[in-house]
Design a protein around this ligand. Structure first.
Ligand SMILES: [Fe+2]
Length: 283
């Protein structure tokens, strides 16, 4: 075993064993509390195909969900540059794409829904009615998107943008997975300083509609900038550095983020208002 491999292994072992060096590092973290995480009682529904796909440019997660019996599938938040990759996964798994959903009008990448519609003519694009963006299906709170034996419930979670939606997959009447878009990120949340952003509204949306779900509900965000892939309601209620604060403190935090102007916004917003390249001729 070479030196690099040996170092990686010993670091992994230290983490696994929670040796003192890891514990002392964790104690320096601002919100550190000793772990008391219990294993998830929730499992993914039988027959659900699930793939989490990533865009290295915009740090966007795209989710492919399918029914292994009917083969009907949906994509959540596809990225235009990665439509061919998504299509390959869809083909490899023998799925039939029937919906391409956006959680909101993105500012950091152009949606792939327009291109996907060219590849899959039966596929219908979906976005919030309030976003005023072009799509085949405009949804509001309480609507449902069905693929095979599964249904995603539409929940309105504005604040990052006016038209942000969370899509929640239920099993036996209980929420199992929520796709939170930019409303709730892992240990964070979407910014609120453009696109009709409203910190107070975001705080209420997240607490009332997402963090009020059963504690073991899996939460999958639209982005992650640190390599994290999934969280749960229980984790975010305990560890989210912004949303564990009071509403007033949260508003103050969001006011002082001083984030740079989003690089892709001037290209992405106009394109996403027409569902990517919704109206361009089929090529
Ligand atoms: Fe966003």
């Amino acid at each position: 075993m070479n030196v690099i491999a040996r170092n990686i292994c010993s670091a992994a072992l230290r983490v696994a064993r929670q040796e003192p060096s890891v514990k002392s590092f964790c104690k320096t973290l601002p919100n550190f509390q000793p772990a008391r995480f219990k294993s998830n009682a929730v499992t993914f529904p039988a027959g659900l195909i699930f793939r989490q796909l990533f865009d290295y440019q915009s740090y966007t997660y795209t989710y492919l969900l399918g029914d292994d019996e009917t083969t009907e599938a949906v994509l959540i938040d596809p990225v235009i540059e990665l439509v061919k990759r998504d299509a390959r996964v869809i083909e490899d798994l023998g799925l039939k794409l029937i919906f391409a959903l956006n959680t909101h009008v993105h500012a950091d990448h152009v949606t792939g829904t327009g291109e996907l519609k060219k590849l899959y003519p039966m596929c219908r694009s979906v976005i919030a009615e309030v976003s005023k963006a072009k799509a085949d299906v405009h949804v509001v709170e309480g609507d449902a998107i069905t693929f095979g034996r599964f249904t995603l419930k539409v929940v309105s979670t504005p604040g990052h943008t006016e038209g942000c939606q969370t899509y929640i997959l239920h099993q036996n009447g209980k929420s199992v997975i929520a796709f939170t878009g930019d409303a709730l990120l892992i240990r964070g949340c979407g910014r609120t300083d453009f696109q009709q952003g409203d910190s107070a509204q975001l705080y209420d949306s997240v607490h009332d509609k997402i963090l009020s779900l059963p504690p073991q509900t899996f939460l999958y965000p639209a982005h992650d900038y640190a390599g994290q892939t999934v969280t749960t309601v229980e984790e975010e209620l305990r560890c989210n550095p912004r949303l564990t604060k009071s509403k007033e403190e949260f508003i103050e935090i969001m006011k002082n983020l001083n984030l740079p102007y989003p690089k892709a916004i001037d290209r992405a917003l106009p394109a996403n208002m027409v569902c990517g390249v919704f109206d361009t001729p089929t090529s």
